[in-house]
Write a new protein. Structure first.
Ligand code: ZN
Ligand code: ZN
Length: 230
């Protein structure tokens, strides 16, 4: 009786040179590489050639770029100093945030937009695209009368580079009027909170600019939605 033997082609993970030992079929390989913990990226600073694993590059940031503020905690404040005097069209402010065993880069930039400048803040994960959805970032500005401006969304992977300010799912964009309203002694404090959603099973999806009323109780307008997985 004739029998046929099938051989399944297997492949090494594309990050094997960084230590991954996984052996996978071609379909598994594509899926695995989006969350492989040995994934690699370039140092996000222009002109720095450092390439390594996500954790390698994040420790490289601490060692070789100590001028970039770095701190540990789920909730930190990015203090954007001299916010109104800083020239437009630049990444002006940067912070490295360590929490949940991961490293995030918070960037704030000023962009010229007609008569008014605009600002945007974005959060990037030193990690793979597949891991970004595990984290929810909340960025908050507080006005001088207690009004809060809040953005909630997922980080983007560092390997994608800085997201476009036009994409509200990836950037908290606001005009210089709001920036001025929330600036204290020339410094704009942006409160950055990062949650690990894989731990408590709550996933925030829709990301939008949200305005809360000054009493801080009810959102005045909100596209923020919470989904509880079954
Ligand atoms: Zn791998
Ligand atoms: Zn570097």
């Amino acid at each position: 009786m004739a029998s046929q033997n099938y051989i399944t082609m297997t492949y090494q993970c594309g990050y094997s040179e960084y230590g991954c030992r996984a052996i996978l079929s071609s379909t598994q390989k594509a899926i695995h590489e989006t969350t492989c913990q040995f994934g690699s990226c370039l140092c996000p600073l222009i002109a720095c050639p450092c390439l390594g694993t996500f954790s390698g590059v994040s420790s490289h940031m601490n060692r070789h770029h100590p001028e970039i503020a770095s701190a540990t905690g789920e909730e930190l404040v990015l203090s954007a100093t001299n916010v109104h005097d800083f020239p437009g069209d630049h990444i002006g402010w940067m912070m490295i945030q360590h929490c949940h065993g991961k490293c995030f880069m918070i960037l704030m930039a000023k962009i010229p937009a007609g008569d008014q400048d605009q600002f945007y803040v974005t959060v990037q994960l030193f990690g793979s695209r597949g891991h970004c959805k595990n984290y929810t970032c909340r960025l908050e500005l507080k006005g001088c009368d207690g009004m809060k401006y809040v953005w909630v969304g997922n980080p983007t992977p560092i390997e994608d580079g800085i997201p476009s300010p036009d994409n509200p799912l990836e950037c908290f964009l606001f005009g210089s009027e709001i920036a001025r309203f929330c600036t204290v002694n020339g410094t704009l404090p942006v409160v950055v909170s990062i949650r690990d959603e894989s731990n408590d099973g709550v996933v925030f999806h829709v990301t939008r600019f949200t305005t809360f009323d000054p009493s801080g109780k009810e959102p005045v307008s909100s596209a923020l939605q919470q989904f509880y997985p079954d």
